[in-house]
Design a protein around this ligand. Sequence first.
Ligand code: GTP
Ligand code: MG
Length: 422
Amino acid sequence: MIPAAELVILVGLEHEGVTRWDLQDSLEELRLLADTAGAKVVESVIQRLDKPTAPFYIGKGKAEEIAKSSKEKHATSVIFDDELSPAQSRNLEEITHRKVIDRTQLILDIFASRARTREGRLQIELAQLQYLLPRLTGMWSHLSRQTGGIGTRGPGETQLEVDRRRVQDRIARLERELAEVRKHRGIQREGRLRHNWPFISLVGYTNAGKSSLLNRLTGATVEARDRLFETLDPTTRQLTLPNHQKVLLTDTVGFIRKLPHTLIESFKATLEEVQLANLLLHVVDLSHPRHAEQIEAVDAVLGELDAKGKQTIMVFNKCDLVTDPEIVQANLARHPGSVAVSARTGDGMAQLIQELEIRLAAWRMQGRFVIPLTEQALLAEIHRVGHVLDLKYGEASAMITAHIPPELIGRLSKYDAGSPQK
Ligand SMILES: Nc1nc2c(ncn2[C@@H]2O[C@H](COP(=O)(O)OP(=O)(O)OP(=O)(O)O)[C@@H](O)[C@H]2O)c(=O)[nH]1
Ligand SMILES: [Mg+2]
């Protein structure tokens, strides 16, 4: 963890494929990340090179300049906007005499401070250890080079092996514990599946307003703050649409550009909520100058989760902050079936709910059935998974008019009593 108000210097590299504009945005985001982690940025450094250098990522001269400047400005850490190789981190620490942190580490650090549930904590520790494992090698290899002769095993090497084994053991234990926790969650999920209500997942860039929207729609009280990665652990709430369709809405971790791969891997279980969803609400902060790039970044992560191409409603949020109506119109036109809302003022919620009803129409069919009272289990199931509009008991049967999920239609067909009156 970075202690509060630690002074830091940010470093970004402009190279082929990265324009100055991309970099400026990326550094601005890095500043927000540093801020979220409790650090104070005293300087941002940009260097232009054809490509990153193998030993230092930036040029050696630049690294020396940063060393000087961090001394003058009392910075204790230098944060790089990309993932560094183990060797680059080590070399940079040697030259700057400062703690060197890369973007991945910073994001891992924030996640670690945010995790609340046992599953969240186990997942983040796993991601941190996986990040650490190849770096242990880096930490020790220079020692073993000094101490180990040909055909001998130097003490550095031995120490490295001990450390590696320890980390690997811990990883194995975490994986076992996670499997246990997940078994429990699987049971919860099966419970939800039994109800046969559609799952909807809120996805979007971090800070887009996913939790605010969940709160606005369901009256939930998920923490919503102007900080990155405020939400880590998924929260599911039930929502009943005006047409009585019940749905389950899940809010989960936000995405970001260059989301570390180890994180995606270890959070795959949490993100399963996204994979299982029948419908995604892709929440976009339309007031953000780079909302188009944020949409792309979210799509890229969805791709990694095999969740691209799922039925999606684009929800353009924070419209109360958008001064140019052109921006709203252009985005609505570009994405058919999208809605413009403000989770803060409640504007656009009626349209969003209407759109939800339209997209989920296939989940509801109205039918009228005459069911023998001996079929108690079936009657109970209709009550559980459907929405009963009318019910009359006869001597030996019940006449029931209900909205039911399509997969029940087949089993009910022999009791069909003709088309219902509206
Ligand atoms: N003005 C305005 N602010 C909003 C709106 N929706 C959310 N916010 C603010 O934006 C910030 C982020 O909102 P959250 O709901 O925490 O965003 P999130 O997408 O859940 O963020 P993470 O969990 O960090 O990924 C908070 O300060 C909200 O109050 C909106 O419609 N208008
Ligand atoms: Mg949130």
